[in-house]
Design a protein around this ligand. Sequence first.
Ligand code: 13P
Length: 282
Amino acid sequence: MYITLKETLKEADELNMAIGAFNTHNLEMLPAIIKAAVNQKTPVIIQTSCGTANYVGHKNLVAVCRSMADEYGINVVLHLDHAKDFDEIRKAIDAGYSSVMFDGSSLPLKENILGTKRVVDYAKLHNVSVEAELGTVGGTEDGIAVAQEDVRYTEPEDAVNFIKETGIDALAVAIGTNHGQYKSKTNLNFDRLKEIHNAVNIPLVIHGGTGVKEKDVKRVINLGIRKFNVGTELLVEWNRKSKECYEEHRENISNRENVVPCLDIITEIVEHKIHLFKNLDN
Ligand code: 13P
């Protein structure tokens, strides 16, 4: 079924697991991600930046997610990632996205609350879930860089207040991850995550999943992470394979010969991640 973020994270909470949220950059990548979830028999969150949504077409993305969810009988959420502009969010909701993120993390707290509340009010009218961010995750996302001196961890007390004031469904936390970190892995602040987890009672979201050490996945899930965002790893591996294929093949070959090997890699990586996010004992 095509469902909301709130619904899928509730189920994840009951199972003490996280749902993988994978960024697609084009229409091709999307079925490869969903197929991995089908193979692993779990729900999946497809997320797009505003840039990807405008490039592919919001309604096209909604249509593919809906039809694949029906065809394969799995739960799929389509989520707008890191939107800072209300009009972009409204466009996604009106086209049928089932979840959106308002990213007011660079705003002063009061303005972040006001902006988030405005999104929640509109989203609720359309039965769409809302994720918001408090604190600042480092790194680069869709070309926008956050300098290390601007990184701020999420304050647990602020989080309690923020959730009460806004009525969001999920909270993205800043605990040491960086967007776009793929050449190294990050050191997480588990103590801070624990404090946040103890203070709030909604699902928590980790951004910059590519840079998280595999051995830390279980630990953060046990501390309340329910949505695990992964983008850069897929992008980098797609680009690497794609380069190889285009160099190897003659120019008038079917484009599928260059694209399908990239899709296979995407499915393989997503399956591996989903398996980790199931938080099984072995
Ligand atoms: P990475 O691209 O670093 O995996 O982060 C993805 C993300 O957090 C999307 O919001």
